[in-house]
Design a protein around this ligand. Structure first.
Ligand code: FAD
Length: 383
């Protein structure tokens, strides 16, 4: 497999070697956050590579961030604990005022401020973002926020949250995605002051939460960009997010395939390596072929993105194909390991649970297929 950013990948692999399976297993049992891992990545500057040099980051292109995240996953680590610190700031960078950029980006780059909570999904609206109910109402120099978000990941490990809330009531004849605004919430002041964060236990260790806003006051100066245009700003960051998550899935697929091959060579049953049986080889070989094909789509999405395009179709396809490839590889890996695939000590079942998420979040497969049907194939909108 072609290795772009070889030096960078080697450095990530070296860092990840400090966080072996035993580290992740212990956290998984307690649903604990990988603080040491995230701190080391932050101190080494790996989470600020997308921030321009003028604001203290290293100003690398998206493909560098993709290589970093892919490599973390390929080494058996879980970038889900911190990937949002890399790209959530993109909304501030692209749509924030100069004052906001000067105030926040250098501190995010240094790690002094964590911006890795992103509050869009709500319990009743689900994928239908325009139906969200959280409101931000102006009162003097403040916005008063009321409502609830669900699945706000890493909120308990972030200083800031990028929040999407309704600033103009939904009236008949107005598009439901108009009148939404993006607000930067400083959670350090807000917790127990109108903001409550409650962890949700999930099938994998993901530090996700539900968040309640009860008359939370936030300075109106924290509005990002123009009031009422928030949905567009959130959409503009989605290509990058999808491409990066796709790269993580490629990394997961590589981990499962390597683990499967090693085990299939070592495990002897009926007096020979199980990997000698085509019934064991073929699912792994197929997973490999699908991982490589998905990786080409990730690279194509990156190429178009870095050329300044708006590769909505390619970013969505990359995310869907890579998530499918990682889950197929995960399934082949469990099967190859037989009963041991279910034992915690092999890490396979943990990674299997972790990679399953990407069929659903940050966007579910059905919604990607709907996007392609409508926007690429010109079929009627189905919802
Ligand atoms: C662990 C985890 C972490 C997350 N982190 C965040 C986060 O940090 N911030 C955030 O804002 N959100 C986050 N999410 C939310 C995530 O983006 C949503 O769960 C996801 O987009 C699906 O939305 P939903 O759960 O509301 O499902 P729903 O919208 O209720 O959909 C349920 C099912 O129905 C299908 N469906 C719905 N409508 C259609 C349709 N029109 N056509 C065909 N099928 C349809 C969907 O594909 C899905 O399979 C997270 C979710 C999880 C589980």
């Amino acid at each position: 497999m072609e290795r772009d950013y070889a030096d960078l990948r080697d450095a990530i692999a070296k860092l990840c070697a400090n966080y072996p399976g035993t580290y992740w297993r212990a956290l998984d049992r307690d649903m604990a956050y990988p603080t040491a891992f995230v701190e080391e990545l932050t101190q080494a500057g790996w989470l600020s590579v997308l921030i321009p040099e003028a604001y203290g980051g290293s100003g690398l292109p998206l493909s560098a961030a993709a290589a970093i995240l892919e490599e973390m996953q390929a080494q058996g680590c879980n970038a889900g604990a911190c990937h949002a610190q890399m790209y959530t700031m993109g909304t501030v960078l692209r749509h924030g005022s100069d004052a906001q950029k000067q105030r926040y980006l250098p501190q995010i780059a240094s790690g002094a401020l964590r911006l890795q909570a992103f509050g869009v999904t709500e319990p009743t609206s689900g994928t239908d973002t325009g139906a969200l109910k959280t409101t931000a109402v102006r009162d003097g120099d403040d916005l008063v926020i009321n409502g609830q978000k669900l699945w706000t990941s890493r909120a308990a490990h972030s200083d800031l949250m990028l929040l999407l809330a309704r600033t103009t009531p939904l009236t008949e004849g107005v598009k439901s995605t108009d009148g939404l605004s993006v607000v930067l919430v400083d959670m350090r002041d807000a917790v127990n002051n109108g903001l409550t964060v409650r962890p949700i236990r999930t099938m994998m260790n993901h530090a996700t939460t539900e968040v309640f806003f009860d008359n939370l006051r936030v300075p109106a100066a924290n509005l990002i960009g123009e009031e009422g245009k928030g949905f567009r700003y959130i959409l503009s960051g989605m290509n990058a997010e999808r491409i990066l998550i796709a790269a993580e899935c490629i990394g997961d697929a590589r981990w499962f395939i390597e683990k499967s091959v090693t085990y299939a060579k070592d495990r002897h049953v009926f007096g020979r390596a199980i990997g000698q049986n085509q019934g064991v080889q073929f699912p792994i070989a197929k997973a490999y072929a699908n991982m490589r094909a998905a990786d080409l789509m990730v690279k194509e999405a990156l190429r178009l993105y870095e050329a300044g395009g708006n590769p909505g179709a390619e970013a969505n396809m990359a995310k869907m194909l890579a998530a499918d490839a990682s889950f197929e590889a995960a399934n082949a890996c469990i099967q190859t390991h037989g009963g041991f695939g279910f034992a915690e000590d092999y890490d396979v079942e943990r990674k299997f649970r972790e990679t399953r998420l990407y069929q659903v979040a940050p966007i579910s497969t059905n919604l990607i297929l709907s996007y392609l049907s409508e926007h690429v194939l010109g079929l009627p909108r189905s919802y």
